[in-house]
Write a protein that binds this ligand. Structure first.
Ligand SMILES: CCCCC/C=C/C(=O)SCCNC(=O)CCNC(=O)[C@H](O)C(C)(C)COP(=O)(O)OP(=O)(O)OC[C@H]1O[C@@H](n2cnc3c(N)ncnc32)[C@H](O)[C@@H]1OP(=O)(O)O
Ligand SMILES: Cc1cc2nc3c(=O)[nH]c(=O)nc-3n(C[C@H](O)[C@H](O)[C@H](O)COP(=O)(O)OP(=O)(O)OC[C@H]3O[C@@H](n4cnc5c(N)ncnc54)[C@H](O)[C@@H]3O)c2cc1C
Length: 662
């Protein structure tokens, strides 16, 4: 963290006002004092590498240069990770320092994030022994190639074909149509030489569904595509410019039998297909990544909030009272309304992520003992939390950007890029609506079980309680609000179920009735997610080991989240809970009181995310608050400012002006 020697005086004053120990918050947020120390130590090691610093901002580079610079830095970063591991005999601690180096998305994201985990999760011990050492040491570089031009959401509809040839004991990979071409995989464009390819398995003309295969697609020495492989990059996008997303097609491309990842299903030498215990285990990597995305949402909300809150403390505009100097924009209640929800949401997502991570670890342990009972709950919960947190986080980042006025539109604020990256998660790893409908399937089943009085899984057990408690009066307490959100979810689940029944009674089949009820089903899933987020985050705050000073502020943040969403969804609460208009007025006042109570700690709270200037990468959000100086310094880096007169003057402007005289 930078020193306060040249700090903007407003920020110095803000920090002096803070009522809690910022270091305590940092340690709590990241797990412990030791975790903070180790993370900072690793970040120091990365930032000490001079070659990782960019000479000019990436925005001035061409698409190609930007990618090449990304690969250059990703390889150096990889060395730092390797050296750390060799020295400390363990992986570096969880950190976000890649953001300080790559800024956008690493071309190795899919290698580390999905290629290696898929081998680990879907490979047999022999396959793991063969591929993991090479992949983990980067002797080979891979990606996860599932989505195609024609299909992303509906993966049973994928068209890439893997036909088993028992004579040679090989699979023959083919992409028979344009729509079957793989499209999107990160790193595929020009970086990787291997990939996990998800393809339809055919044996003796019979389809056996989709399975993961490892294919080497480029020569390890020349990096040229191997014969039978057509591969390239898909071009510029809204964000993810350095992720190197690519396309891929195979033409009678052969891979050995052992390259089908066979932890779940197997193909024996003679072509016998051995089914796995549950074909959905093939989707396992996606579940893992969806859980991780909830944690990413916490980071992006924290990053945007840090930039916007610090900027709002430094920025003065207009007067609250005519007799007083221009106010810090952070003093406007409307600004607090825009920003504090981002601070609060980052904590909520963090707690939800930790809760989901525990659920994931438990289910993985159970699966290793062939126990699958809790897999549907894990899948349903990961789907809806990923869907809701990513959409909300995208909106929060955009709100933080707008809250920075014109300067928020500058690339150098880092808010436009952050928005592009955050919002991508609404689509990748399962499109939002599609995932919410997966959760709705689970909710409908849970509802039917509730009607029969059966015991429900913990995350939906409130459906049974709500059935019993629906007559109890509303309570204006955090616990009462949590119950209120559960009642809303209960009401929406019930309504969606009854709508399906209504259509079926009218003669529709279940699928059509489902489609006709699907707007309600999506809303029921959203309400279920909100109930989980509220319950989990409130419980986390209540059971935290924080000191009284910090605990007070964390409770304020959690209550802000609960109250914000109560007011945002008041119509639903009026419909489905026993809240009254008077309760809503009390809560509106409470919300405004919370904004005022949080205000003195706003800067301390974002300092508590402990995001270094290099990670923030923002002219507006740095620790010292030198906003205007940085804006000018960055502007002066523009290539257009490296010459007094640009050649376009002589080529175009002057001739135009002279023509105009004639
Ligand atoms: C490191 C960060 C990298 C970020 C870069 C991005 C990478 C990517 O985007 S990779 C590509 C990601 N792609 C997707 O996420 C595709 C989304 N689609 C799906 O996951 C599936 O197609 C589906 C789940 C939407 C539907 O699958 P389908 O086979 O058609 O299943 P049904 O709808 O018929 O449901 C059957 C049954 O299976 C259960 N189920 C589905 N998925 C899972 C799962 N992962 N785990 C456990 N169970 C699962 C589902 O709940 C149904 O159960 P029942 O209701 O009991 O029948
Ligand atoms: C930045 C980024 C990185 C990515 N990286 C990878 C990667 O590394 N590897 C990889 O394999 N893939 C990757 N993807 C692809 C990604 O996983 C898919 O784009 C995603 O799963 C959505 O699928 P789709 O594009 O087919 O959307 P579609 O399904 O075509 O969605 C279009 C619309 O149709 C609606 N829709 C579709 N099906 C239904 C339904 N059943 N019911 C109701 N509505 C429906 C959706 O709600 C949406 O509104 C990436 C995508 C992005 C944006």
């Amino acid at each position: 963290m930078s020193t306060e020697t040249k700090c903007n005086p407003d920020l110095v004053r803000e920090r002096a006002k803070c009522t809690f120990d910022v270091n305590e918050l940092i340690n709590l947020f990241y797990g412990s004092e030791k975790a903070t120390k180790e993370r900072r130590h690793f970040e120091d090691a990365v930032l000490a590498v001079k070659e990782l610093k960019d000479a000019i901002p990436e925005e001035y580079l061409s698409h190609k240069e930007r990618y090449e610079n990304g690969v250059r830095k990703a390889t150096i970063l990889r060395d730092v990770y390797r050296d750390y591991k060799a020295k400390h005999n363990r992986d570096p601690p969880p950190n976000q320092i890649t953001k300080a180096v790559i800024k956008d998305i690493s071309p190795f994201l899919l290698h580390n994030g999905m290629f290696v985990p898929t081998i680990a999760g879907q490979g047999t011990p022999e396959q793991q022994a063969e591929w993991l050492p090479k992949a983990e040491s980067m002797q080979i570089i891979g990606t996860y190639a599932q989505t195609e031009l024609g299909h992303g959401s509906f993966i049973r509809g994928l068209e890439t074909i893997a036909t088993y040839d028992p004579k040679t004991e090989e699979f023959v990979l083919n992409n028979p149509t344009l729509t079957s071409f793989k499209w999107w995989p990160g790193g595929l464009g020009s970086t990787v030489n291997h990939c996990v390819v998800v393809a339809q398995l055919y044996i003796n003309g019979k389809s056996h569904g989709i399975h993961p295969f490892i294919a080497q697609i480029r020569d390890l020495d020349t990096h040229k595509p191997l014969p039978g492989v057509k591969v390239g990059e898909i071009g510029p996008k809204m964000g993810f410019q350095t992720a190197n997303n690519g396309f891929l097609g195979f033409d009678n491309f052969r891979i050995p039998r052992k390259n089908m990842l066979m932890k779940n299903a197997q193909v024996l030498k003679d072509g016998t297909f051995v089914k796995g215990i549950n074909e959905k285990l093939t989707y396992g990597t996606m579940v893992m990544v969806r859980v991780g995305i909830v944690g990413d949402c916490s980071f992006y909300a924290a990053l945007a909030a840090t930039i916007a809150v610090r900027y709002s403390a430094v920025r003065h505009q207009s007067h609250i009272k005519a007799s007083e100097p221009e106010a810090q924009i952070l003093d406007y209640l409307t600004q607090q309304h825009k920003l504090f929800i981002a601070v609060a949401s980052s904590h909520v997502y963090r707690n939800a992520y930790l809760w989901m991570e525990k659920m994931y670890t438990n289910v993985m342990k159970e699966l290793s003992q062939d126990k699958q009972d809790n897999l549907p709950e894990l899948h349903a919960t990961a789907c809806c939390l990923k869907a809701v947190c990513s959409r909300d986080a995208g909106s929060l980042v955009e709100e933080c950007r707008l809250a920075c006025g014109g300067h928020g539109y500058m690339a150098s604020s880092n808010l436009p890029l952050t928005y592009g990256v955050t919002i991508a998660a609404v689509t990748y790893e399962g499109e939002r609506t599609v995932l919410l409908l997966q959760t709705a399937r689970y909710l409908m089943k849970a509802w039917m079980a509730a009607l029969k009085g059966k015991v429900l899984s913990p995350s939906v057990s409130y459906l049974l309680n709500s059935l019993k408690e629906s007559k109890k009066p509303w309570q204006n307490t955090p616990e009462g609000i949590v119950k209120g959100f559960q009642h809303v979810s209960f009401g929406k689940v019930k309504a969606a179920y009854e709508t399906i029944q209504k259509y079926m009674k009218q003669g529709k089949d279940y699928e059509d009735a489902w489609n006709l009820a699907s707007v309600q089903l999506v809303k029921a899933s959203e309400a279920h997610s909100r109930a989980i987020l509220c319950e989990v985050s409130w419980e986390a705050v209540c059971s935290s080991s924080a000191s009284p000073n910090l605990s007070r502020v964390l409770q304020q943040l959690a209550q802000l989240y609960l109250t914000y969403w109560t007011l945002e969804t008041s119509g639903d609460l009026l419909l489905y809970s026993n809240i009254t208009k008077d309760d809503l007025i009390i809560l509106r006042d409470k919300y405004e009181e919370l904004l005022v109570a949080i205000r003195p700690n706003a800067v301390g709270l974002v300092d508590g995310f402990d995001l270094r200037d290099e990670i923030l990468n923002s002219t507006l959000g740095s620790y010292d608050g030198r906003v205007y100086e940085r804006l000018m310094e960055e502007a002066l880096k523009s290539p257009l400012n490296q010459e007094t007169v640009n050649s376009s003057f002589h080529k175009y402007l002057k001739p135009m002006m002279e023509k105009a005289k004639l």
